[in-house]
Design a protein around this ligand. Structure first.
Ligand code: GDP
Length: 472
């Protein structure tokens, strides 16, 4: 409908053109970029995509190999509730594994850095849990280098442990297991490792490649060794960045301080941010007036993998927003204004995610190679049976990937993962719980629920063959 109006042609003609391309549409349907271009071309128009235009204006400086230096890993702590994520982060924050640093970390700025005795550094994101991790990813921010998955040794692999593992895997972030609470008399770390092995996650003790360490976050046992393993993993990842260029990074959190103004914490990923720099963060901009670290110290510049709280933006950007330094204020201002305008325009129409009904068409267009599915069911047996059957539907053209499966209702965390990974959610004898349905509507995530296994399999099969008629 919208594009017909823009081109001043009858809607029926646009629908007709789509049909001739093998795409069944209604007047309210949104078209993807590729289809839009083809349809516009049919009527002698050319489509210009302003979103990418804006992002193109941000100059990406290609780094030369010799300019790259090692940077500290950025770590997120995830795991089931009460397994000890906060305790671990607190211990690391307070403990004197930290050498030569005066004063403990006093401010909560959303991230903090520590220096180990050997001088090596690690940056931690201070909001534990896979929800924050995946919410950032849904905004396009890939900030975490390594995920520590905390599992309580007096408990078991719990639903959120599984979720955390799936979320890290979907993001392609390497994991290290911290098997916690080993000070407890009923702790059984071996059982946890055995359970992990049962999930095809072999830790080193079990002949696998995944690092794990037994710890007590409460007593501080094994934490130092855990951090050494983080550094080992980082070495394998060979993390590097060029510190000598205008900074780029990601916003970790931001708020309004009544006395000082807007304070935003960013994690610098490359380059260096300095006092006086003109910065752009999401739809906000400004000149860096002051900078502080997590110890409340005033700092003048911050390089790669350094968390820093910045004073001077004209608003509070959202966690996950990109952060860029510009040579002149005008440019930062212009892009911020364009982004605000785009956001206003797009607030009525959010980004469209894949739906079951659309799979066939995307396959036919030839660029859709992988279908991500999140599978939830009422019992383990049916989840496994469905997961097996779905995987077997993979063809040469399209790979079916179960990025997360589990027993229980469809949660907000499932919807966030679907949004970050462009997945559809399939529920077997389960429904969305809490605010999952509302969130799915907002994020336009397709949730399909079934109570007969064969219906689910048939639907997916039909969808892949483009046989499923779009819902009108
Ligand atoms: P989170 O929900 O994963 O952040 O878990 P918390 O860090 O809040 O820990 C939950 C509970 O477990 C708290 O009462 C902690 O004191 C306790 N806890 C955490 N780590 C340990 C540990 O290593 N040993 C013991 N005995 N208790 C722990």
């Amino acid at each position: 409908g919208e594009i017909a109006t823009m081109m001043d042609v009858p809607i029926t003609k646009v629908i007709g053109t789509c049909m001739s391309l093998g795409i069944m549409v209604t007047m309210n349907q949104r078209l993807d970029a590729e289809t839009l271009s083809i349809v516009a071309d049919e009527f002698g128009y050319e489509v210009e995509f302003i979103t990418s235009d804006i992002e193109d204006a941000i100059e990406v400086v290609e780094d030369k190999e010799e300019d790259l230096v090692h940077r500290a890993p950025i770590v997120t702590v995830m795991g089931h509730v009460d397994h000890g994520k906060t305790s671990l982060l607190d211990y690391i924050r307070k403990a004197n594994v930290i050498a030569g640093e005066s004063g403990g970390i006093t401010q909560h700025i959303g991230a903090y850095g520590v220096t180990l005795e050997n001088g090596q550094k690690i940056a931690f994101l201070d909001t534990p849990g896979h929800e924050a991790f995946t919410a950032m990813r849904a905004r396009g921010a890939q900030l975490t280098d390594i995920a520590i998955i905390v599992i309580a040794a007096d408990d078991d692999i719990m639903p959120q442990t599984k979720e955390a593992i799936s979320h890290a895997q979907a993001a392609g972030v390497p994991m290290i297991f911290a098997i916690n609470k080993v000070d407890k008399p009923n702790a059984n770390p071996e059982k946890i490792k055995e359970r992990l092995a049962g999930m095809n996650l072999l830790v080193e003790d079990w002949g696998g490649k995944i690092q794990s360490h037994d710890i007590s976050a409460k007593m501080g046992i094994g934490v130092k060794e855990l951090l050494e393993k983080v550094l080992l993993e980082a070495e394998l990842l060979d993390l590097k960045a060029n510190p000598n260029k205008p900074a780029v990074g990601t916003v970790v959190e931001a708020f309004l301080d009544k006395g000082k103004g807007y304070i935003s914490t960013v994690l610098v990923q490359a380059g260096t941010v300095k006092i006086g720099d003109y910065v752009l963060a999401g739809k906000n901009h400004g000149k860096v007036k002051a900078m502080h670290d997590e110890r409340g110290n005033i700092i003048k510049e911050a390089g790669p993998s350094t968390p820093v709280s910045i004073l001077g933006l004209d608003g509070a950007p959202t966690a996950g927003d990109k952060f860029n330094v510009f040579a002149d204020e005008r440019e930062a201002k212009q892009i911020a204004a364009k982004r605000s305008q785009l956001m206003r325009e797009q607030s009525v129409r959010t980004q469209k995610h894949i739906t079951l009904a659309e799979i066939g068409r995307r396959i036919a267009l030839g660029q859709f190679k992988e279908l991500n599915i999140i599978l939830k069911g009422d019992v383990d047996g049916s989840v496994e049976a469905l997961s097996d059957s779905f995987s077997k539907l993979s063809t040469e053209e399209i790979q079916i990937k179960i990025i997360h499966k589990g027993v229980g209702a469809i949660t907000e965390s499932d919807v966030l993962l679907a949004s970050a990974s462009d997945a559809i959610i399939i529920g077997f004898n389960v429904r969305p719980a809490g605010n999952a349905k509302q969130l799915a509507d907002k994020e336009e995530i397709d949730i399909k629920t079934y109570s007969i296994i064969y219906d689910a399999i048939d639907d997916l099969k039909d969808a892949m063959e483009g046989m499923l008629s779009p819902e009108l």
